[in-house]
Design a protein around this ligand. Sequence first.
Ligand code: GFB
Length: 319
Amino acid sequence: MAVENLRLRPDARVYVAGHRGLVGSSLLRRLQAGGYRNLLVRTSKELDLCRQEQVDAFFAAEQPEFVLLAAAKVGGILANDRYRADFIRENLLIETHVIDAAYRNGVKRLLFLGSSCIYPRLCPQPMREEHLLTGLLEPTNEPYAIAKIAGIKMCEAYNAQYGTRYLSVMPTNLYGPGDNFDLESSHVLPALIRKFHEAKVRGDASVTIWGTGTPRREFLHVDDLADACVYLLEQTDTVELVNIGVGEDISIQDLAELIREVVGFDGEIEYDESKPDGTPRKLLDVSRLTRLGCKAKIGLREGVEGTYKWFKGQERSGC
Ligand code: GFB
């Protein structure tokens, strides 16, 4: 097939799986803004990706040319640790059904979203793509990481055996509009926005955050991720694993200080050390992405300000 046919273009039939999630909704906004006019989406009620017969029927009827696989069961450290069976089961089913249906229906390119937690817990930092499967995983999210590693390996295996062009990208910790702000199941950044906001509204003296505050994480705005994904499919033919991050990290304590400032909360920060810290540090090496010509643009403070604004808008609208 000619290379031009493998490049994502605005008239292509593109299926965005998981279009209501943080990543999928950002991908959809990015594609719509780019003039894409044949976008295929289904809610989970309309199409249950854990059911193979439903996935097969959808692909047979709609014949997408490109698939952006952003559907997944995701959550923060506590949800990953508590619902271990759900995280491995649902992610394995979704990946298996979608990747296999894509192959059997001749999809030209598929983009699979992994996660930076696929790298070993004590990986050298910053983590390069070559570090995959070189050490033991972080126990709090091992089932999720194993499922994501299986998805990456499925893409590689289909490429090797069937000559498909499936690309896996490894985003670092994401945040932005459309995130989950539930205090039990969310990731740290939306959880802290909500905790500081509600503490300010109630006039509380302090906010409690989980763990010791010493772990370090890298945070990427989801719109930068969407730009990078579309760029890789529009401008390159790569099928190599690509890390997508900003190349800088921050301690949870400093993140909490930043969010406290953005929200305007005057009280103290306390630490609940009975909650897990998780992996000590997670910083991606983004030199492969940079070499491919792509770089994140949204700074952390700016991104947190925009996300806080979005959160307040949701609160006002009662969502
Ligand atoms: O974002 P988070 O839940 O996920 O937690 P991971 C990051 C760090 O923030 C941990 C601390 O050290 C938490 O203990 N933290 C402090 C909090 N306060 C809070 C809070 O109120 N809520 C939350 N959620 N954390 C997840 C993985 O790991 O990252 C997933 O479990 C996935 O599999 C995702 O890879 C990107 O970065 O530790």
